[in-house]
Design a protein around this ligand. Sequence first.
Ligand SMILES: O=C1O[C@H](COP(=O)(O)O)[C@@H](O)[C@H](O)[C@H]1O
Length: 233
Amino acid sequence: MKTYIYSTAVETARALIKHIISLMEAEPQKIFHIAFSGGSTPSLMFDLWADEFKDATPWLRMRIYWVDERCVPAEDSESNYGTMRRLLLDKVHMPEEYIFPIDGNNRPDNEAKRYSSVVRCHASLWHGFPALDIVLLGAGEDGHTSSIFPGQEHLLSSFHPYEVSVNPYNGQKRIAMTGCLLFNAKQLIFFVTGRNKANVVQDILDSGDTGPAAYVAHHAWNVEVFMDELAKP
Ligand SMILES: O=C1O[C@H](COP(=O)(O)O)[C@@H](O)[C@H](O)[C@H]1O
């Protein structure tokens, strides 16, 4: 596991964007299949990306997926797709057919199946399962990642790329990337900022079994953690 620490959340987001662009520049012929996590942390990165890196990014070589989605319409402020669309995708020149949103309006079990097929159709296979090039993850204070919360660890060993999960705090249904894709990603990058995340970052760095985020960090192939000083344990 490689860790990168920056003075502020903005510096961390900026370094992460540059890192993703440099990974793409290192393989100039390659199409990159990239999944973005939900939650509030990536919003900072989306803003910065649109403001500072619009022209430096090879958008046409990106295929965009989501790690997880809340089962709400795209117009809802909780929609991960809606947030990225508003802050970044509407501001760059990216063909619509390269963007693969999870439809939060669909019946959750149907959508988990549909989106699993979308990813199976587009991503290349590795070890017999779809392999995304980059999966960007966040982590909750309680140790969840994707939308796999403590107590839902069975989703880590699912053979279905996406499954329905439930936010245990409010009962909201979500569509979550499972271990099937998390443990087969070519590169898995955690982006975590803020003092309230220091405990979960400690678990991610030290332990392999204290919650879904720590487990994923210790069992995936190629893991990097981008954090700011406040999140450093
Ligand atoms: O609910 C979620 O939480 C985590 C962390 O979210 P944040 O708001 O603290 O950034 C996120 O990684 C996950 O994708 C999301 O659904």
